[in-house]
Design a protein around this ligand. Structure first.
Ligand code: 4AD
Length: 476
């Protein structure tokens, strides 16, 4: 009998079996007594062919199939066959379906805003055409994002979000195995969690005048994950939305992104946090390469990239060592007590890659003055701090630190940096988390969209955010 299968699972092991698949009609071409369809589901396509044979396939059926609008969803029954020619694309299955029946599940009922093939065109294809003097149609990012439901159907885009799901799965797996527990902290909060400027303000219960009061959307779970540590949860993580009202129109900033946050108690040294991060990313990188090979190839076909290199044990460099490398390479203006910028981070990424053969590294002991108020100063040098950033391909994916657990020191740092007293009180006010004995602790925040973007060397964070929010975009 016929059994349901997916386009993804169609291969030669099913040769000559009769199968049922549900898929999109990517293209269809009728030609006299035959019709040729490309069916697509998730990131995968398969050729389907129909010939009038007067037994199962009638003239009427071929005509019906030839007129199905592109992107309609169909159910197709047919025999799995080995095609005469070798398949060229890694997203196209190397079998064909010889159709015995087709029915429309749901029809496209409007003109397509762009051709999916144009949106899915690889850079290589476009460049090769240019070299021949042809101009292939391409679709602007804004137009694609305006029509995201259709745009998400390209094989590369579908794969990107399968990989994004994979990163979250691997993050959970490794941390749960290390004894972390998953938490869910509030996103509606009373005071800014990361200091003033980038906070989304709102009126809490604003539709009830007697209850209305100012509030904001969480810029990170920072305060609350620390509260969990002070409640003796020992090791926690969260996957949740992070809101930043920043007017940054760059390739790597969003106004809402997904934070993968970690917080843990520290027994002796903040390197305990760095070791968790190093292990975790090796697990994520290896897991992606092993379990998501087809998806990575689907992305690579449209957006070619080289695999990242990483070491069995993550490289740690101090900020001072990083600055020294930059100075030696001629970037003598870089301030050892300032911060790096997008350009100097990229240069450092290249220098590290040349010297240590890795695209993934940790830079630690940052100057205290460039870090948030809750960051632990370095015990040996109070101009420095027990803090770190982590980079992939020379771009920041993580920042983190050991936290101040002494309430007096925290109050002092809050005053020095002019932090909202509401926020400082959550730590060191009456009832504040540090008032009842707090363990030394530290953690970090990882930007999910940045990890996915940089793992595959993509050039824009909007490619790895399902429905991106930036200063100009709030829909769809
Ligand atoms: O560097 P950030 O702001 O650090 C924190 O939120 C701290 N609470 C982390 C901690 O535990 N100490 O954000 C952490 C990460 C960045 O490294 C970056 O990957 C990502 O979040 N990120 C953004 N991603 C997209 N768009 C933005 N506007 C981002 N801002 C930060």
């Amino acid at each position: 009998g016929k059994t349901w299968t997916t386009v993804r699972d169609l291969d030669l092991t099913k040769k000559d079996q009769e199968v049922l698949v549900r898929a999109r009609v990517q293209t269809v071409r009728g030609k006299g007594k035959s019709a040729f369809l490309v069916l697509r589901s998730e990131s995968f396509t398969v050729q389907a062919i129909m010939f009038v044979d007067d037994v199962t396939v009638s003239k009427g059926m071929v005509k019906y199939a030839s007129n199905i609008p592109k992107e309609s969803m169909v159910d197709v029954a047919g025999f799995v066959r080995q095609p005469g020619e070798k398949v060229k694309s890694c997203t196209q299955q190397d079998v064909e379906i010889q159709v015995t029946g087709i029915s429309t599940v749901s029809k496209t009922s409007t003109a397509l805003p762009f051709e999916l093939a144009d949106a899915a065109r690889s850079t290589k294809e476009v460049e090769e055409a240019k070299a021949r003097g042809e101009n292939l149609p391409t679709v602007l990012q804004d137009h694609r994002l305006n029509n995201r439901v259709l745009d998400l159907r390209t094989p590369a885009n579908n794969a990107i979000f399968q990989i994004q799901s994979g990163v979250c799965m691997l993050f959970r797996e490794i941390l749960l195995s290390k004894g972390f527990r998953e938490i869910h902290t509030p996103k509606l909060i009373a005071g800014a969690s990361e200091g003033g400027s980038s906070v989304f303000k709102l009126q809490y219960m604003g539709n009830y005048p007697s209850l209305a009061r100012p509030a904001c959307l969480a810029q990170s779970p920072q305060v609350y994950k620390q509260m969990c540590i002070c409640s003796d949860f020992d090791k926690v993580f969260e996957i949740g939305p992070v809101f930043r009202a920043e007017d940054s129109n760059t390739h790597r900033h969003l106004c809402e992104f997904t934070g993968l946050d970690i917080e843990m108690s520290i027994k002796e040294h903040y390197f305990e946090v760095l070791d968790v991060i190093g292990d975790m990313f090796n697990y994520i990188f290896e897991g992606l390469n092993k379990r998501f090979k087809k998806e990575l190839d689907a992305v690579r076909e449209q957006y070619p990239f080289e695999d990242i290199e990483f070491l069995p044990k993550a490289l740690k460099l101090t900020f001072a060592e990083g600055i020294k490398m930059l100075h030696e390479a001629g970037y003598t203006h870089v301030d050892p007590y300032g911060d790096l910028n997008t350009e100097t981070e990229r240069v450092l990424g290249k220098l590290v890659k040349q010297k240590y053969k890795t695209d993934f590294f940790i830079l630690h002991k940052y100057p205290l003055s460039v870090r948030p108020f809750y960051t632990m100063p370095c015990p040996e040098d109070d101009k420095l701090s027990n803090s770190f950033d982590v980079f992939i391909r020379g771009e920041e994916i993580i920042s983190g630190a050991q936290r101040i657990h002494d309430p007096e020191l925290l109050i002092q740092r809050g005053k020095e940096l002019d932090v909202d007293p509401e926020t400082v009180n959550l730590y060191a006010g009456e009832g504040g988390m540090l008032r009842f004995g707090a363990p030394p602790h530290g953690g970090c925040g990882v930007g999910l969209e940045r990890v996915v973007m940089l793992f595959m060397g993509l050039n824009n964070i909007r490619k790895t955010s399902l429905f991106p929010r930036d200063p100009n975009r709030l829909t769809p």
